[in-house]
Design a protein around this ligand. Structure first.
Ligand code: NAI
Length: 252
């Protein structure tokens, strides 16, 4: 599919958890629009590999190793990006994990880890990047939530709480940051074809598809295209929203 052209040339976009999966697809989409992308992930090797695969295509990309849960690390990381690139125009809070279990069996560690990485990590990165965006009087923050944060799901109480928390957090930040010219929105992807879902048996995928009005799973590129729109001035009057990209699975 032909990607729409957005005026993102020369913009700096930081994407957390972008060495693979949806985050990498988002990075690739921004790079293809001539933005400078900063890959952020946990391991040096995977960050370098992701950066090389973008620069190998002639795109502008650099990498930073960082754990989104550490305020100290993320503060230094954003400062380094600003020193190198002159500012940060867009942050995509994409890093996230699952630790599924039925509630009766859920260990406290499983609860704590998912809340810490998904929800507290989004708080840490948003707070640290906002200082820079506030000074520049502009920016777009995009939080990757999930339809599970809207609908809930058996076996995913921790994940649902973290993603529902991200949606509420998005609205509060949008209200706080609006007067500073910074917009904050969330994306709630539904079933997206990734390495994780590739291992699902065919009949399971077929049963999921039946519940989706558009009767198919989405792709990381679908999510990435929405990120481009929410980062660009084309969405200048949109803030505090959660946009589901789920083939119609959830409707308000
Ligand atoms: P993934 O597991 O393929 O990629 C997540 C990346 O985040 C990995 O590279 C991982 O190393 C990194 N990461 C994990 N913890 C981190 C931390 N503390 N600091 C920095 N980086 C960290 O996941 P996927 O499927 O690409 O998902 C990306 C986002 O999209 C997540 O927030 C997920 O919850 C959300 N999502 C995914 C859906 C799907 O169907 N795959 C559906 C709805 C939402």
């Amino acid at each position: 599919m032909e990607t729409a052209k957005y005026n993102l040339q020369g913009k700096t976009v930081v994407i957390t958890g972008s060495a693979r999966g949806i985050g990498f697809a988002i990075a690739e989409a921004f790079a293809a629009q001539n933005a400078h992308v900063v890959i952020v992930d946990l391991a040096r090797e995977s960050v370098d590999k992701a950066v090389q695969s973008l620069t190998g295509k002639g795109y502008s990309a650099s990498g930073q190793v960082g754990d989104v849960t550490s305020g100290e690390v993320m503060e230094a990381l954003f400062a380094a990006v600003v020193a190198e690139c002159g500012g940060i125009d867009c942050l995509v809070n994409n890093a996230g994990i699952t630790r599924d279990n039925l509630l009766l069996r859920m260990k406290q560690e499983e609860w704590d880890l998912v809340i810490r990485i998904n929800l507290s990590g989004t708080f840490v990165c948003t707070q640290k990047v906002f200082r820079h965006m506030m000074k520049a009087r502009g920016g777009s923050i995009i939080n990757i939530a999930s339809v599970i944060g809207i609908m809930g799901n058996a076996g995913q109480a921790n994940y649902a709480a973290s993603k529902g928390g991200i949606i509420a957090f998005t609205k509060s930040c949008a209200k706080e940051f609006a007067s500073r010219g910074v917009r904050v929105n969330a994306i709630a992807p539904g079933f997206i074809e990734t390495e994780m879902t590739a291992t699902l048996p065919e009949e399971v995928v077929a049963s999921y598809a039946k519940a989706i009005p558009l009767q198919k799973m989405g792709t990381p590129a679908d999510v990435a295209r929405l990120c481009l729109f929410l980062a660009a001035d084309d969405s200048a009057y949109i803030t505090g929203q959660t946009i589901a990209i789920d083939g119609g699975l959830t409707m308000h």
